[in-house]
Design a protein around this ligand. Structure first.
Ligand code: FAD
Length: 328
């Protein structure tokens, strides 16, 4: 296969509440680097309804061109419809790679798109570089204990799911353009129809985009004590996270789970309260800028990844922290 005509990098930028998701803008940095090596362009694709402002943000964040696909049928995420749009864009633009953010919807979309395009797909990409004419993706194995470099030889386009927080937004981004494109999806390609999304039924929490996360683990001891985690998170304008045991004990709902089988997070500040630091939890917080850990066991593994460690009983330490912050 002649791969030389495949030069562009397509970045699918998801929106939430009509804003580009954080990982969407972060992906523009590695996309630019790879497109530069290939002599191609960074084409962002945005799908939705009433998302022009979000597209403007993407155009000023490092995309050469934002392909804006707006239509009432795209008002909410729909796996069949969105996959069809990306398939149509890929057929026209011949990208070397399509980058998708590692959100809940992105993780659904990427393998389906890869299957449609007969393309290779790598997931949970933490780094990527161009070497010897190939894009090399770095992905974690065994809950992050091992990092593996993967190259999808002979596969164009190739689909990569990038981890939220693994890449930094471009510092001096180019100003790109916005092109509106009409792409409609024929009904026979739709296997599922979503009539409405009822948000009230399920609690939602945006851990992936949070700048501050206060998380509690089994060491919080009880549901009553766990309320201190929420109080501290509220005071800091943050979001509550939790380990799996804290969820299994019914102290908080599953949407708050951080880690390998929960959310991968990248806040500026992560406060771990009564958390041992098991690999499955730590692999989800490694992209945090600053980690503070409170644990009564000075040998707890969480202290190996923490920037600040407080050895003490959470039941004593948290009220002091809360009082001090209230005074400021
Ligand atoms: P523990 O490991 O029991 O640690 C509690 C800590 O609290 C201890 O270090 C203790 O010293 C400290 N402590 C106790 N009392 C106090 C006190 N009063 N004050 C201060 N410190 C105190 N876990 C996740 O979190 N997220 C995941 O996504 C996830 N996915 C998994 C996937 C698989 C396939 C498997 C097998 C496991 C997964 N787990 C996950 C579970 C994981 O292995 C750990 O069991 C879990 O993270 C431990 O949670 P913890 O730190 O709250 O509890």
């Amino acid at each position: 296969m002649d791969m030389t005509e495949y030069k562009n990098i397509v970045v699918y930028i998801e929106t939430t509440e009509k804003n580009p998701v954080k990982v969407g803008l972060e992906m523009l940095s590695p996309a630019r680097q790879i497109a530069g090596e290939l002599g191609g362009k960074v084409l962002a694709v945005m799908i939705g309804d009433g998302i022009r402002e979000a597209a403007e943000k993407a155009a000023s964040s490092g995309a050469d061109e934002v392909i804006l696909v707006e239509d009432p049928q795209y008002k909410m995420f729909h796996l069949d419809r969105y996959t069809n749009v990306l398939e149509a864009v890929a057929a026209k633009e011949k990208p070397f790679a399509v980058l998708v953010g590692g959100t809940q919807d992105g993780k659904d979309l990427a393998p389906k798109l890869a299957a449609r395009l007969g393309a290779g797909c790598v997931s949970d990409v933490m780094d990527m570089k161009f070497a010897d004419g190939k894009v090399v993706y770095t992905c974690p194995l065994y809950g992050g204990c091992v990092l593996k470099d993967v190259a999808l030889e002979e596969s164009v386009p190739q689909i990569a799911v990038l981890r939220s927080g693994a890449f930094k937004k471009a510092e001096n981004p180019v100003q790109g353009t916005i092109t509106e494109r009409n792409i409609s999806v024929s009904d026979e390609k739709i296997h599922l129809d979503i009539k409405d999304v009822v948000k009230e039924i399920a609690e939602t929490v945006n851990l992936e985009d949070a700048e501050v996360i206060v998380s509690g683990g089994r060491g919080m001891g009880s549901k009553e004590n766990f309320s201190m985690v929420k109080e501290l998170a509220d005071l800091l304008g943050g979001v509550v996270g939790a380990t799996r045991p804290a969820i299994e004990d019914g102290w908080i709902s599953r949407v708050h789970q951080v880690g390998q089988s929960g959310k991968i997070v990248a806040p500026k500040l992560y406060i771990a309260c009564g958390i041992s630091g098991a690999t499955q939890h730590v692999s989800g917080i490694m992209n945090s800028d600053y980690i503070v850990a409170i644990n009564k066991d000075e040998d707890a593994p969480i202290f190996e990844v923490a920037n600040i460690g407080i050895v003490g009983n959470v039941v004593n330490v948290l009220p002091v922290m809360i009082e001090e912050i209230k005074k400021r």
